[in-house]
Design a protein around this ligand. Sequence first.
Ligand code: NAI
Ligand code: MG
Length: 485
Amino acid sequence: MKRERMYINGGWVDSVRGAYLPVYDPSTEEVIAEVPDAGAQDVDGAVQAARAAFDNGDWSNTTAQERGRILFRLAERVRKESAMLAELEARNCGKPIVEAEYDIADAATCLEYYGGLATKVMGHVNPVPDNALSLSLREPMGVAGQIIPWNYPLLMAAWKLAPAIAAGCTCVLKPAEQTPLTVLEFAKWFCDAGLPRGVVNVVTGFGETVGAPIVQHPDVDKVAFTGSAAVGKQIMKMAADTVKRVTLELGGKSPNVFFADSDFEAAIDGALFAVFINQGEVCSAGSRILVERSIYPKFLEALAEKSKRIKLGPPLERETKMGPLVSKEQHERVCAYIEVGKKEAKLASGGGCPPSLQRGYYVEPTIFYDVDNNARIAREEIFGPVAAVIPFANEAEAIRIANDTPYGLAAAVWSRDIFKAFRVVKALRAGIVWVNHMQPTYVEAPWGGYKQSGFGRELGPWGIEEYLETKQVYINLNEQPIGWY
Ligand code: NAI
Ligand code: MG
């Protein structure tokens, strides 16, 4: 078993109190590594390093070109080591290796995108009257505290670090306690890529002991968080004391709406893909499947039938389409929701742990139907392979049910009628809406939620905006005294 260290101020260190936490392979339930179980003192060291790196000028004075090149070098390294990273990601998260390969490639693409964008940040000349020049300068926000989840570990690290580095911020990143391994591998290349010490620090540990101190630290200027709504709400409160800038991505209960005129085969595939990809551990999972009544029985039957053919198995086998859930805790949480579902609705398929897989945190793809939209399994984020199928009578009812949720991250609509599809797109209150597909995600396009799914946007030019402040500069061109007195 490997004992890892964390990366603070350009060095590899243990936690101050010398504690470690175990990291598991969820397919075998075995401990595969240990990482520092850090605390507030370690956070303070990391924040001081990030603060110093920001304030001493070495980093703030790097040119955008240099920061871009650092990101390109990191991307190149990720691509070169992608096989190793994908295998480690699959082992640590339980996700199928084929999906992990996409994640690693996407992480590299994100680094490249922001490497290019670093040199495209531009200010503005404000058309003020008088003999003066008024400018808006775009400046880095300062020290960014970044807290990420366990479902896409390296990809989420890239979504957070790449725009921050491009903007000229310095970072204290906390990976999820369940999945720190690929981020620690990535950190091994920071120095080689040219990142000065202190610019990016990685602190491992739990939310209460590492995450909260990051959010509360007075020298952190901005917090970017992806995770549960409950923690997101706490973070907003904690950040208020020091008026930190905050961006939150808090998942959802996203509707995937199927009209009777949609392509039937594509619809069945799309519904399964949207909710069972990555074992359903996806913030934008299409976990509420809304189906028009006229096709409801046929749709349900085909959906349940095809879901039984989804191959569960060890993450490293290439035919595997669903691996185990990330942890014992998540397995228990999801299984508890399945029991709730059995009381609230009817079970079409799945509903348990596969008998052939004795070890590992596996859960079958599970489909409930005739679900009332007020049921818990239709309102609460389960974050596992559990779908709630809900019938609707017409377009108006589909929109009403789809929007009847505290969340608003994502949604999808399936129809061959472009008038209807676009009307529904406009009516849906969600930050990302797909038509005749669900889940494709691109670094060039904005990502983030409406309502209680959070605020702020990641990716694209929107992503770097969240790490920039605007400074208004007034330059007097009139050499005479004001002449007021
Ligand atoms: P979580 O929200 O507790 O964890 C996400 C990150 O926040 C982790 O790095 C964690 O250490 C950190 N964290 C936890 N408590 C914190 C605190 N008080 N202050 C600062 N940071 C803190 O999510 P968890 O417990 O792993 O999963 C619970 C549920 O959250 C899932 O079932 C799912 O519904 C949701 N979730 C949503 C995600 C998304 O992508 N939107 C990702 C992960 C979980
Ligand atoms: Mg938690």
